[in-house]
Design a protein around this ligand. Sequence first.
Ligand code: NAD
Length: 259
Amino acid sequence: MRLHNQVALITGAGRGIGRAIAEHYAREGARVAVADLTLESAADTVAAIEQAGGTALALAMDVTDEQAVDQGVATIVEHWGRLDVALANAGIQHIDPVHKLAYADWSKVMNVHLDGAFLVTRAALRQMYTQGGGTMLYMGSVHSVEASPLKAPYVAAKHGMLGLCRAVAKEGAEHGVRSNIICPGFVRTPLVDKQIPEQAKELGISEEEVISKVMLKNTVDGKFTTLEDVSELAVHLAAFPSAALTGQSIVVSHGWHMQ
Ligand code: NAD
């Protein structure tokens, strides 16, 4: 098992990519703190992990709430005595062209992704520095390294997370902390399913065309990235044994973006 006895925190792990990674981490032997907006959604993932023989803890943690994030990390340390891996994964999407974008919608997306990633990072680093090391991971996107229309706040926030990841790699090195960012292409989760009809309406094309001409157009094989593709990379990055791999963005997108 590649993550035997490690303690991991994953935000937004009640469903989608975060849940898939939480389950994969548990299969690899990690004790997983599953954080989401409500205790109920986190508890659902925890139940699935426990049913499969794993160890997990449900946390209600809105990543934009400073106190909830600090308290969540404190609870993990009370439970398991340490924190080895923290993955800032919670995210939302908003579809609008910039000239029609409400400031509140811009702010909400920036808040969840970028402010949330900062708060999770700060709380995690305080513990990791105390214990002498750890791994910070971020759920970026292909949109951390290139843009698409209609997604300005998401693209800006994901680029910002790449910057935060790199800054943490520089600062964290002397404390034994590595920091890397996972950049997936399109994965069929509720976040993506919701935006297909929204993009179809905004672009005046069918939902099938959004999939084939917008989302998968530049992949090498016309395929969605899968939950397994992303969770396998997340395990690899958590298990990597040295600081040779730090400050890196790894794109997992069926060739949509090559860097
Ligand atoms: P999802 O909508 O299925 O899941 C997102 C989870 O985050 C939900 O459980 C939600 O409750 C939680 N969440 C939202 N706001 C939160 C907050 N303020 N505090 C705590 N939790 C919150 O989405 P997903 O597709 O699984 O996305 C997960 C991450 O992966 C996001 O950061 C997203 O930007 C990123 N991502 C997704 C794709 C994709 O194609 N699905 C591609 C690249 C990157």
